[in-house]
Design a protein. Structure first.
Length: 243
C-alpha cells in the first residue's frame, strides 16, 4: 500500500472506532447540555496544534454559540513554536487563564492534548475540577499511557479528568512509517474534530427532544445567515470577548 492510501485507511479505522463509541459520546453530550441549560459555558483549550480544536468549536457554521475558547499567544504556534512548547511545559500557567476567563461551577472545560503529559494541560483540568466545572479530556491513550508525566504530581491528563475521550491515535500521532524510519500522517486533528461534531450533533438532538433552544451559528455566507449570526453575537459579545 502506498503512503497516502495507508494514511486514509488508518483514518477510516479511526472513524469506525468513533462510530463504535456512541454510548460515551451520548453520555458526554447529555452532561454538557445539562451544564449549558444551567447557564454554563463551554471552554475549549489546547496548546500547540491542539488549539486548532478549540477554534474548530468556536464561531463555526453548525457550531454552538456558548463556546468561549481559552486562547493565548504564549501557547500557540504563530508567535513562537518553541516558545509555545516551553510555556506548556512550565507549571503555574493555568491558574491565571482560568481566572481571566472566570471559569465556574456550571461550565465545561474541554482540554485537548495528544500526549496529556505537560503541566499546562494537566493543571487546566485540575483547576477546572477545583472550580466545580466539568473537565473533559480529548487525548490519545496509546500515546499517553506509556509516557511519564512532566507534572510534579506524576499525573497525566486522562487520569484526572471527569470524562476521557480517546482519539484512537498511535504513539507520536503520525501513523505511516516511511523508509527513513520516521512516521508521517498525523490523525489527532481529524479524529478530534469528528468526535467534537458527533457530540454536538447529539447535543442538538437531545435539546430538540427536551424542547430547549440550543443556540447555534449558521454560515454567514448563506441567505440571512449573516444577520442571524449578528443577533447572537450582539447577545454574547460582552461575555465572549473575542466575538
Amino acid at each position: 500500500m502506498d503512503y497516502a492510501q495507508e494514511y486514509l485507511a488508518n483514518l477510516s479505522e479511526i472513524l469506525e472506532k468513533i462510530k463504535e463509541n456512541e454510548g460515551l459520546y451520548r453520555k458526554t453530550a447529555a452532561e454538557m447540555l445539562a451544564r449549558i441549560k444551567g447557564g454554563g459555558m463551554i471552554f475549549p483549550f489546547g496548546t500547540g496544534h491542539s488549539h486548532m480544536l478549540s477554534l474548530e468549536m468556536f464561531y463555526r457554521a453548525g457550531g454552538m454559540v456558548r463556546v468561549n475558547p481559552i486562547l493565548s499567544e504564549e501557547f500557540m504556534l504563530h508567535k513562537s513554536a518553541t516558545g509555545s512548547s516551553a510555556f506548556e511545559r512550565a507549571e503555574g500557567n493555568a491558574e491565571p487563564l482560568l481566572e481571566k476567563y472566570q471559569v465556574g461551577k456550571n461550565d465545561v472545560v474541554i482540554v485537548f492534548s495528544n500526549s496529556g503529559i505537560n503541566p499546562l494541560t494537566i493543571e487546566m483540568a485540575l483547576g477546572a475540577k477545583e472550580r466545580g466545572a466539568l473537565s473533559i479530556a480529548l487525548t490519545n491513550l496509546n500515546h499517553s499511557r506509556p509516557l511519564q508525566s512532566r507534572h510534579h504530581s506524576g499525573l497525566k491528563l486522562y487520569e484526572i479528568s471527569d470524562i476521557v475521550l480517546d482519539n484512537f491515535g498511535t504513539l507520536g500521532d503520525a501513523c505511516v512509517q516511511v523508509k527513513s524510519g520516521l512516521k508521517i500522517g498525523p490523525t489527532s486533528t481529524i479524529s478530534g474534530a469528528a468526535i467534537l461534531h458527533t457530540i454536538t450533533a447529539m447535543m442538538v438532538q437531545l435539546a430538540e427532544q427536551d424542547g430547549y433552544d440550543l443556540e447555534m451559528y449558521t454560515s454567514g455566507n448563506v441567505p440571512n445567515g449573516h444577520e442571524r449570526n449578528l443577533a447572537l453575537i450582539e447577545k454574547y459579545k460582552s461575555v465572549i470577548k473575542i466575538l
